[in-house]
Design a protein around this ligand. Structure first.
Ligand SMILES: [Fe+2]
Ligand SMILES: [Fe+2]
Length: 274
């Protein structure tokens, strides 16, 4: 079992944010904004999936995983709240969260299914999120041109994502989820996640009037496909998910613990949400 602390981030998100808050880089700003737009609905789905999966466990397994599940729910609920505040500023800037509307329709279609399916979707998304978190924690300089409160928000979220990356996976395994379905969901989630991220990023750039600037595309290339870019750097770790003996904790780097230890003044530990 992983002990998960719920932390209240000590930043003020009432003040508006700059249009190109990520160091003046239009692409990075639009891309981070797109990810943030997916969090309130996505993280609520992860919470619901984990709660539902937990209820389906045997009493012995429930006793074993109860604290971790509470910590997971508390962390994701805190992320939702903070990103909800951040997203309000994006709306005020005239950006349109089309990702959320698409996700709502997809989730409504999923209906009441075996809890292993939503858990399979959640575990795949959590793997994705963990890869992104590790990539960002290894490159905090990407956020060096940001206001300290925004840098803190993204790195705190990344640190906690790395911390709780195995919770949904462990529940899926405990409920007898198969490798076949785990792999199927990962393939589907990969396509949906990549397409949604790119569509929302393009939508944000279009509304910002920076979609067709050369500098926007140069930044996209560098940060996604370049040598140090997310896709090239994370592809190997993504592929490992399809191996029968994979477990998320095999990809632990220590960067999460390091950030949390070095930035204690930025958060306050609180009780886990039930
Ligand atoms: Fe989160
Ligand atoms: Fe998460």
């Amino acid at each position: 079992m992983t002990a998960l602390t719920v932390r209240r981030l000590l930043i003020d998100l009432e003040q508006p944010i700059a249009r190109h808050w990520c160091g003046g880089d239009a692409f990075l700003t639009a891309w981070f904004n797109a990810l943030s737009m997916s969090f309130p609905i996505g993280e609520q789905f992860f919470i619901d999936s984990v709660r539902k999966g937990f209820k389906a466990l045997s009493p012995e397994k429930q006793a074993e995983l109860q604290e971790e599940v509470q910590g997971f729910v508390g962390q994701e609920a805190t992320h939702r709240r903070i990103h909800g505040l951040f997203n309000k500023h994006l709306k005020d800037q005239g950006l349109d969260n089309a990702w959320e509307r698409r996700a709502e329709k997809r989730l409504a279609m999923m209906g009441d299914v075996d809890p292993r399916h939503p858990l399979g979707v959640t575990a795949a998304n959590e793997h994705f999120t963990a890869l992104f978190a590790e990539w960002l924690l290894a490159r905090p300089e990407l956020l060096s041109g940001c206001e300290p409160r925004l840098k803190a928000m993204w790195l705190w979220h990344s640190a906690e994502e790395a911390e709780h990356k195995s919770t949904a996976f462990d529940l899926y395994q405990a409920l007898g989820g198969t490798l076949e379905w785990r792999s199927r969901w990962m393939k589907r989630v990969t396509w949906i996640f990549l397409i949604d991220t790119l569509r929302q990023t393009a939508n944000n750039l279009q509304r910002d009037g920076t979609l067709w600037r050369r500098s926007t595309w140069a930044s996209a290339w560098r940060h996604l496909l370049g040598k140090q870019g997310l896709l090239r750097q994370s592809h190997g770790a993504w592929r490992q998910y399809f191996q029968a003996n994979f477990h998320p904790n095999q990809q632990t780097s220590g960067l999460s613990e390091q950030w949390l230890a070095e930035n204690r003044d930025l958060y306050k530990p609180v009780g886990a949400a039930a």
